[in-house]
Design a protein around this ligand. Structure first.
Ligand SMILES: NC(=O)c1ccc[n+]([C@@H]2O[C@H](COP(=O)([O-])OP(=O)(O)OC[C@H]3O[C@@H](n4cnc5c(N)ncnc54)[C@H](OP(=O)(O)O)[C@@H]3O)[C@@H](O)[C@H]2O)c1
Length: 280
């Protein structure tokens, strides 16, 4: 490790945004700890790292498991003694109309998307505070700014990540630590495959099956036109290499358009527009 080389830790790097973000950070010189819960999925990133001679190190880290987080952070700390950037990226979506969701399904969604961010950040924060420097990037979503049918659980985790981050930003600034929210639109990753469809939502007799079907069709269409994960990686890189990173970064033309709509319309007008686009 060179003396002024920055150290980055990324969660959920087996595919998609986390994978591309780790590569982008390493390509710009960050010593990058690409963490994942299942090391059997590390071949892909390892082979790119070897081919390009990138400073990427793979560690096991499951964001729902305190011990796994502790072990990963300790291993990194004993190797390099600092962590400059944390990208809380690991996540998945639970899909289903609210009434069709069980409390356990919702809790599992929060365990990963919200408590995963909380656990990992709390494990790394003391290190950043001591070194009086750090950037925490929380992978939110357009779903952290607007709701949609079938998304109540996922959307509420991302709204929570937004509130958490915005509040933390005030507390951490005096210690030289910045908090950044990245809000991607629809991105072509393994996200749709990994999506968990609530059990009751799979029943064709669910009173919500029609609205869910319409939403599925819209989502498929949006995925076809989705952005590449590389675009999100570039946004993360821009944020963490900026002198003074902003609190929020949108990632994708689609979310830019939605957010413009949200800014310029009343709640009622925006609701109508969303309805027409998503479940017409
Ligand atoms: N794709 C989109 O349209 C989109 C839009 C906005 C925001 N996002 C956000 O972007 C982030 C990355 O998603 P993606 O699109 O890149 O999807 P993805 O390709 O499915 O990647 C998700 C990553 O999270 C990991 N993960 C899930 N649960 C985990 C856990 N308990 N501990 C550690 N890692 C875990 C997955 O690991 P496994 O391979 O082991 O499952 C995978 O590496 C998520 O936070 C997602 O909410 C995605």
């Amino acid at each position: 490790m060179t003396s002024n080389q920055k150290v980055a830790v990324v969660t959920g790097t087996s595919s998609g945004v986390g994978h591309e973000t780790s590569l982008a950070l390493a390509r710009s010189g960050f010593r990058t700890y690409a963490t994942m819960r299942n090391l059997n999925k590390s071949e892909n990133i390892k082979s790119v790292a070897t081919k390009e001679n990138l400073p990427i190190h793979i560690n096991q880290l499951d964001v729902t498991d305190d011990i796994s987080i502790k072990n990963a952070v300790q291993a990194i700390l004993s190797e390099v003694g600092r962590i400059d950037v944390l990208v809380n990226n690991a996540g998945y979506a639970l899909n289903g109309a609210f009434e069709d969701l069980t409390t356990d399904e919702i809790k599992a969604q929060f365990e990963t998307n919200l408590f995963g961010v909380i656990r990992t950040t709390q494990a790394i924060l003391p290190i950043m505070r001591k070194q009086e420097f750090g950037i925490i990037v929380n992978m939110s979503s357009g779903a952290g700014r607007l709701g949609y049918p079938g998304g109540s659980a996922y959307v509420s985790t991302k709204f929570a990540v937004e509130g958490l981050s915005e509040s933390m930003a005030y507390e951490l600034e005096p210690f030289g630590i910045k908090v950044v929210l990245v809000e991607p639109g629809v991105i072509r990753t393994n996200f749709a495959n990994a999506m968990v469809v609530a059990k009751k939502s799979q029943d064709p007799n669910s009173p919500y099956s029609q609205i869910m079907q319409k939403m599925a069709t819209s989502f498929e269409h949006m995925m076809e036109n989705g952005s590449s994960p590389d675009l999100v990686a570039k946004v993360v890189l821009k944020a963490v290499t900026s002198e003074n990173p902003s609190l929020r970064y949108l990632a994708g033309k689609d979310i830019e358009t939605w957010m413009e709509g949200k800014r310029n319309k009343s709640d009622e007008e925006f609701y109508k527009m969303m309805k027409q686009n998503l479940i017409k």
